[in-house]
Design a protein around this ligand. Structure first.
Ligand SMILES: Cc1cc2nc3c(=O)[nH]c(=O)nc-3n(C[C@H](O)[C@H](O)[C@H](O)COP(=O)(O)O)c2cc1C
Length: 360
């Protein structure tokens, strides 16, 4: 593994290797898993869905300094092992107060009605925001970046799906003002982060959708990738993290083993290639990556990083085992989605069927 374990950088942030723990909501604060993943040899951990406004259900956010003790603990656990950590800054693709109200009334409304009303809200939300509201949200990303720097982070990831995914997509964005240009809002967010905290490196999660087969609704249409990459690089993005676009079905963004289209190792490679072909900044690919030789091949092909989510939940020691040539000891993810995605869906902490079996 000559390339996978060589140091590299995102902007001015040096990373010890090219293995990234992709953003993964864990249904809790995840300190124990981050400790294990950092100790297992991963170079960068992305902390999932860190809100730029006060979040629902007490999830860590960066709208104030309230969660600094938590973030500093994560940074301490990671850096002790030579691993970096970066928060994934996001804004939801729906009106948080409205959706919060739906959940409060879910007994009387019923689960089906809550789902229907929420989907309706997602469909119209991007268009419903006034220009002033859009600019307030952009400013929130800038403010969150300042908090991120004050908490001790050197790098942030901007979540290019969620609300940015809606602005990026012709399915949701029918605006006639300046943000009707689909690159405008995401690029403005990157600029705001760079201006507010120039010392931070910025990774952009670029989610890509395809028409044939039809996968994803938010995010960037595969044919529009070059235009987005140019606009985001001009705005200051230092790297890209490529995955599948959402606003449709988790089954497509976190595909199980039996997905009709996204089956083999590197299942989003076609999306990654579209970005790799035009980006001048490092690109990270995710999607069912689990063999050392495959990951090494991606770096050889030109990817700056490889991102793993479920494989690192199944075996946080993956990097150490690959590096030491002990691959026969790896607990390979079977992409059953039972306890990881299943945990998430049933509002329980994320787990792994393999770890329960082997660890009792
Ligand atoms: C339990 C779980 C939670 C996830 N949460 C997030 C999240 O909060 N933000 C995000 O951008 N992606 C999230 N993802 C998607 C992953 O970052 C990744 O793109 C996807 O799982 C494919 O990679 P994999 O095949 O290595 O698991 C999540 C994935 C899983 C399994």
């Amino acid at each position: 593994m000559e390339r996978l374990f060589t140091p590299c950088a995102i902007g001015n942030v040096k990373l010890k290797n090219r293995v990234v723990f992709a953003p993964t909501s864990l249904g809790g604060h995840g300190l124990e898993l981050y400790r294990e993943i950092a100790a297992g040899g991963t170079g960068l951990v992305i902390l999932p869905d860190v809100s730029v406004q006060p979040s629902m259900l007490g999830a860590p956010s960066l709208d104030s300094g309230w969660f600094f003790p938590y973030f500093r603990q994560v940074l301490y656990l990671c850096r002790k092992e030579g691993c970096e950590a970066a928060p994934q800054l996001f804004f939801p693709e729906y009106d948080l107060a409205y959706v919060g109200g739906l959940f409060q009334n879910r007994q009387s409304l019923g689960a089906e009605e809550v789902r229907r009303k929420m989907a309706e809200n997602v469909d119209g939300y991007c268009d419903s925001l006034s220009e002033t509201q859009a600019e307030e949200i952009i400013a929130r990303f800038g403010a969150a970046a300042k908090y991120a720097a004050a908490a001790g982070f050197r790098l942030v990831q901007i979540h290019g799906d969620r609300l940015l995914g809606s602005f990026s997509s012709a399915v949701f964005n029918h605006r006639t003002d300046r943000y009707g240009k689909r690159t405008a809002f995401p690029a403005a967010v990157v600029r705001a982060v760079k201006e507010a905290a120039p010392e931070l490196a910025v990774d952009y999660k670029l989610t890509v959708r395809t028409e044939e087969p039809r996968l994803g609704r938010g995010g960037v249409a595969i044919g529009e990738v070059p235009e987005f990459v140019r606009a985001l690089e001009e705005a200051g993005a230092d790297s890209f993290h490529v995955a599948a676009a959402n606003h449709s079905n988790l089954r497509d963004t976190i595909p199980a083993a039996n997905h009709p289209f996204l089956r083999g190792e590197g299942c989003f490679s076609h999306l990654g290639e579209a970005v790799l072909n035009c980006a001048s900044k490092p690109v990270c690919l995710v999607g069912k990556i689990q063999h050392g030789a495959f990951a090494e091949g991606l770096v050889e092909r030109g990817y700056g990083f490889v991102g793993l989510s479920r494989q690192l939940i199944a075996d946080p020691q993956w990097p150490n085992k690959v590096r030491a040539g002990r691959e026969e000891e790896i607990r390979y993810c079977v992409y059953c989605n039972q306890k990881c995605v299943g945990g998430l869906m049933s509002h329980k902490p994320v787990g792994c069927v393999l770890r329960q079996e082997t660890e009792g």
